[in-house]
Structure formats: C-alpha cells, structure tokens
Design a protein around this ligand. Structure first.
Ligand code: AMP
Length: 554
C-alpha cells in the first residue's frame, strides 16, 4: 500500500532547523532522511547502509542538531554533546559545511568544531577548551585529544555518529576507534553510516549499537547511471594490456584514473609495461613507507599524476590482509606498527577521481563497490570500466546481480568497441611485454622500495621544515629495469584506428605535469570532437564509419 512521503515539517523539528532546510531548497527529505530522522528522534540507534549522495549527512545531522537544541532547553552548561567520526579530512570538511548550513539560524546554540583538519593537535586545543556542542574528527585525531585531556567525553556525550564506517576500517582506524570507545560514557545514542555492511561494520555494530534499527535502502550502494557510468568489456590477459595501452596512449580515458589489479606483482607488471610506452603511473603499494603512500595520494589529489595502479584497499590498509598476502610472520610486527603509523597520519583520501578501471575484476561484490565508489563522489560524475577475462565472468555476474536487483536494465553496460580496430597495436604490446619479465618485476619492486625508503626519510624530516619543497618529490619515476625501446614511445599515425584519426591526440612524450590542479580536459583536435561525450565511450566513433571498417566486432 502506497503511503505519503513524510515531510520535514511533519517530523517535529525546531523551527530554526526547518528554516535552514528551506533555505537549502530541500523540498522533501531523501529516502534515508525520511526513514532515519524520525527513528533517530525517537532515540533509536541506527545502522544505515548509505552512500555519499544519498543525503546521509543530513540524515544524522538533523537529529543531532535537534537533540542538542532540546538538551539546551533543560541543561545550561556548555559541553560536548555529539561526536561525529569520519575517515578523512575531506569528509570532515563536508560534514562541517553541512552542519554550518543546517545551524544557520541556531549557530550560537549549536557550535560545531571540525578537528579533522591539518592543524596541529596543540593548535586545536583552544577550540576544544570552549567545549563545542558537536565535534567532527578522525578517530586518531579525536583519540589524540582525549589522551591529551583536551577533550572529555565520559560525562557529557549524548550522541555518537560513525560516518563511512567501512572506510574507517579500510583506512586502518580500527584500533584508534576501539581505544576511543573507552573514553565514552556508558549510555549514548549511536548512528553508524556505511556504504557497505562488511563483516567489520557488523562487528562494530555489535560493539556500539543497542537494539539498532538497520536501514538497508534499495539502490543506495553506488550512484545511479546519471552520475556513475559503469561498463564492462570481455578481454583475456593479453587483450587487457592491449586495451589499456590504447585507452591511455590515445587518451580515450581522460582525467584522474585509478587502475585496480589483482596482485601487487601485477601493479609493477602494468607499470613497467606502460613505462615502455612512456606512460607514467604510480604504484600504491602497501609495502611502501607510510609517508610515501600519503604523499602519493596527496599529489594525486593535487593533479600531479593521472594514473595510480593499486590493489584492493584492504591490502593497502589492513595490516592483517597485507601480512597474509606476504605470508611472513616475522615481518608482520614491523608492518603492523608501520600501518599504525600510517593510520595516525591518515585523513588522506582520493579526491575527484574521474575513472576507475578494474584491470582485473574484483573477486567480491564488496570490493567492486569499494573500488568503484572511489569515483562519482559527492555530486561529481564518474566512469568505471571493468576488464573481464573468461575466468572472471562469475564475479561479474555476482556484481551484476547485486547491483541490478529488481531493475530491468543491467548496471554494467557492455563497453563496445571493435577489437580488430586496435589489432595494429598488438605487435607493439607483445614487444613491450617481452621486456617485462618476472625478473624485471622483482627488480622494480625492490628498486621502488629502496627509492621510497629514502624518500620517506626525506619526507619525514626535511619536509616538515620545508613544506613547499614537498612538490619536488615525485613517485612516478621510471623504474627502468627493463630495456626501453625508444620507438614504442610514439604512435605512428597509420596504426591509429581509422575512425579515431585526427580525433585522438596520443600521449607522445614523457611530459610530467608540474602543478596541475584542474581536471584534465581533452586537448587540441580532440577537444571539439569529444565535447559532451564520455571519453570512455569514444570508441563508439568506430560505429559511425562502420562501412569503412572491418565488419565483425569482438
Ligand atoms: P550526502 O549524501 O550527505 O553527501 O549529500 C549529498 C548532497 O545531497 C548534498 O549536496 C546535500 O546538500 C544534498 N541533499 C541532502 N539532503 C537533501 C534533500 N532532502 N533534498 C535535496 N538535496 C539534498
């Protein structure tokens, strides 16, 4: 039976909140807000599966503000009443901004402090001494303040929000979070927001929530197709290299791109392969020192690099998984402490990722959502392209099933292009692959670790005093263990697929951008031709001239 949607003004909210909501132009609550706000106002603990873009921030921010306003009517004393834990600095800023907007008419009664930012713990002390009503921060930063007695929560806290809980785990905040809970009072209301309900999140639910209501709202796992375009393409091992070469070299994929592969060795294999063609890329490797990893992500966010090659995030961040993969007991301890160090300096997250490419298809639905969820964040558009070998089709089906649900259309569209149009490149790719031997991969891994250990030391000491020089250090240097054949650097015109001649502008030399901050735009000729089209679908140009092309497609 269809029921009328509950409106904001029917939720019993303070007039000042309603006015702020009206100023924001929100005519009605989103699905998650409609469900979560009334339950939260009843005092229920909530576990909500909600992603960025669903209106999840206001779904907890509105009840938090309402409760602070209500408390203040009876208790005059100023105290920290709500704590919002976030996995990254950026999310902290977004939450703070949303809180500011919602408290526009009650900012004196509801004071909000964001301590997720870059400032020193000591510099933030004065802010906390004023006992803001709501504190927003990463678990490590909040814990640091609790330990320094800048923040006391064990008597005053009424509400705890853990936002993007799944990322808190994949970012390695688990221990900080557990330690932090010891500083909280026995009774408080909790909200747990998470894009995926992983085992870790379920465990946290047990720890944090009392008789919670779980909201699993349909379709809330990834943005819809108007924001996130998802494609898959069938290709076997050799074709994967051929296709990625074509996409990157002809710049059919544009903008900041995360390329996920199934194992660490493959990261280096792909990097060395691309290096053969003078396509620079960074590897984000869990074995690299913490400072380097944070620096790589920061520089990627600043637009220094276009391509990062990574394995699944839990391998990057979860010490247990990393150790398992390494399988070496003795080294585990060292790695664990390193990871802890990493987590302490966290609050660094990928920003404005335009594309995610699954070079190897993820083996779980959760991992697909994590990877692809890196693009199309907030209101930005994004594209995800997955390469699927015949051995990976079962995983694709699982993802399709989980994402598509009852919808008539499948979530991942076939990425159509004519494989034979790029056959001309196959010989070059094979030539390049011949240089990427197991030995070369091993050497590259070793060389990079040595290089990054040096970088890390420099980063730690020198750059603390000279933050500007941080820009001088790069992580996408050639590793060069393999012979580089100069002719592979350029793309002869006759090899470019007919339909793309004069349209694409191949990446022809090893240009490294110095301080680019803007999103990549198509260059030169490509600019006008690509206008308004999704670069990942550019191969559709092939269709227009189908009569001039070989007729069968892959
Ligand atoms: P979030 O999921 O919290 O990241 O919110 C995504 C975007 O939706 C933000 O830009 C919010 O300002 C916006 N938003 C939140 N609630 C509503 C609503 N009820 N109506 C329209 N936009 C909203």
């Amino acid at each position: 039976m269809a029921t009328e949607k509950l409106q904001f003004h029917e939720m019993g909210l303070d007039d000042r909140l309603l006015k702020a909501v009206a100023d924001l132009g929100w005519s009605q609550p989103t699905l998650i807000q409609e469900k979560a706000i009334p339950l939260a106002l009843e005092g229920k603990d909530l576990l909500a599966r909600a992603r960025t873009g669903s209106g999840k921030t206001a779904a907890y921010a509105v009840p938090v503000i309402q409760r602070v306003l209500a408390s203040k009517q009876s208790v005059r004393e100023q105290d920290v009443r709500a704590l919002i834990l976030v996995p990254s600095r950026e999310l902290g800023q977004q939450v703070q901004a949303m809180m500011r907007q919602l408290t526009a008419y009650c900012s004196r009664d509801v004071r909000v402090a964001d301590i997720a930012g870059k400032a020193d713990v000591s510099a933030q002390r004065p802010i906390l001494m004023e006992k803001p009503d709501v504190v927003v921060g990463t678990p490590s930063r909040v814990l640091a303040h609790l330990n320094a007695h800048n923040l006391l929560l064990h008597t005053s806290l009424e509400m705890l929000v853990v936002d993007e809980a799944d990322l808190l785990f994949s970012f390695g905040f688990e221990d900080d979070l557990k330690n932090l809970l010891c500083h909280l009072p026995k009774i408080y209301q909790s909200f747990l927001m998470s894009a995926t309900l992983s085992e870790d999140v379920q465990a946290l639910k047990e720890l944090l929530l009392h008789n919670p209501v779980t909201l699993k709202l349909q379709g809330s796992q990834l943005p819809d197709s108007s924001q996130l375009q998802q494609f898959s393409v069938q290709c076997e091992e050799e074709d994967k290299f051929l296709v990625i070469y074509t996409l990157l070299k002809l710049r059919l994929v544009q903008g900041k791109t995360l390329i996920f592969v199934g194992a660490l060795d493959r990261c280096y294999r792909l990097k060395l392969f691309l290096e053969q063609f003078s396509i620079p890329a960074c590897v984000l490797n869990s074995e690299l020192p913490v400072q380097s990893r944070c620096h790589i992500i920061t520089q990627f966010n600043q637009g220094f690099y276009d391509y990062i090659i990574a394995t699944d995030e839990h391998r990057l961040a979860d010490p247990a998984a990393a150790s398992q993969a390494a399988g070496k007991g003795k080294k585990n301890k060292a790695r664990k402490s390193k990871e802890k160090e990493y987590s302490a300096s966290r609050g660094v997250d990928f920003q404005n990722v335009d594309n995610v490419i699954n070079f190897d298809f993820p083996v779980t639905v959760e991992s697909y959502i994590h990877r692809v969820g890196r693009t199309a964040r907030a209101d930005n558009p994004g594209t995800a392209l997955s390469f699927v070998a015949h051995t990976e089709t079962a995983f694709l089906s699982e993802v399709e099933e989980a994402l598509t649900g009852d919808k008539a259309e499948s979530s991942l569209k076939p990425y159509q292009f004519k494989m034979e149009a790029i056959e001309g490149f196959r010989y070059r790719c094979r030539d390049a692959m011949r240089s990427v031997t197991k030995q070369a991969v091993r050497e590259a891994r070793l060389k990079e670790i040595k290089q990054e250990l040096l970088n890390s030391e420099k980063l730690k000491t020198y750059f603390e005093d000279n933050p500007r020089d941080l820009q001088l250090l790069r992580h996408d240097q050639d590793l060069h263990p393999a012979v580089i054949k100069p002719h592979l650097k350029n793309v002869p015109e006759y090899l470019i697929p007919y339909a793309l001649r004069g349209v694409v502008n191949p990446l022809s030399n090893h240009r490294r951008r110095k301080r680019p901050t803007q999103k990549l735009k198509p260059h030169g000729v490509a600019k006008s031709s690509f206008k308004g089209t999704n670069p990942l679908r550019s191969f559709r140009y092939a269709k227009k001239t189908a009569n001039k092309k070989p007729s069968h497609s892959k």
